[in-house]
Design a protein around this ligand. Structure first.
Ligand SMILES: Cc1cc2nc3c(=O)[nH]c(=O)nc-3n(C[C@H](O)[C@H](O)[C@H](O)COP(=O)(O)O)c2cc1C
Length: 203
């Protein structure tokens, strides 16, 4: 697959995850090795840690926490989300315990507060997360972020996995082989609506 196709058609896959086929550790290791080539703020280049959950009992516990947190999130923000996306998010949450691999990228310490520090903190892990998702696609896998537990239930997942208190979970990725290989570019704002040259766009 050429780079433009990979970049424009890698979607958040929730309904088309193959819940039956196990994901080999070696594939996840290879994708993470690729993802480690992503940029990060100099001092944070080696800071990230990733936890992969394959154990069915642990996945079940995490799925239960996620379900509670997602219900809470949808009560608050559900009205802001497109119905099709919400239905698909609900499907994934309801099947999360069956998703073969749950992947939690983590960063050290508490989330910083200053704008520059905050930018460097999340900016030093999200490029790797996206590279990981792209790398998965090249192996025929798919993924979706499903991070509802961060809305107040992070400590419950930390307890299940033994993640130390001074570590921040950045998200939760549901990872599986993809039951669909071909995807289309999504509808996004036209570049002309979001770009200006030589200064802020005048409407
Ligand atoms: C920081 C971040 C957090 C996200 N969290 C969730 C989530 O908790 N649940 C979910 O269903 N999708 C989540 N997503 C996926 C977005 O909903 C998805 O990217 C968006 O719907 C666009 O769809 P696409 O990725 O297929 O283009 C998240 C994406 C990002 C970048």
């Amino acid at each position: 697959m050429d780079a433009v196709t990979l970049l424009t058609t890698t979607r958040s896959v929730r309904r088309k995850l193959d819940l039956e086929r196990p994901v080999p550790k070696t594939v996840l290791e290879d994708c993470l090795r690729i993802a480690q080539q992503a940029p990060a703020a100099g001092s944070l280049l080696a800071a990230q840690r990733w936890v992969v959950v394959l154990d069915p009992a642990m996945r079940k516990e995490i799925a239960a926490v996620t379900r509670d947190a997602a219900e809470e999130s949808w009560r608050k923000y559900g009205h802001l989300v497109d119905k099709r996306m919400l239905d698909s998010a609900r499907y994934l949450v309801e099947h999360l315990d069956q998703v073969p691999a749950l992947v939690l990228p983590c960063m050290p310490g508490p989330v910083p507060t200053g704008t520059a520090e905050l930018s460097a903190y999340y900016g030093s892990i999200y490029p790797a997360i996206w590279s990981f998702q792209l790398a998965l696609r090249t192996h025929g896998l798919a993924s979706s972020l499903c991070s509802y537990h961060l809305g107040g239930r992070e400590a419950d997942v930390a307890r299940i996995l033994g993640i130390p208190e001074d570590v921040t979970q950045i998200g939760l990725l549901a990872v599986a082989y993809s039951a669909q290989q071909e995807f289309s570019p999504a509808v996004r704002p036209p570049v002309g609506d979001i770009l200006s040259f030589d200064g802020w766009a005048k409407q």
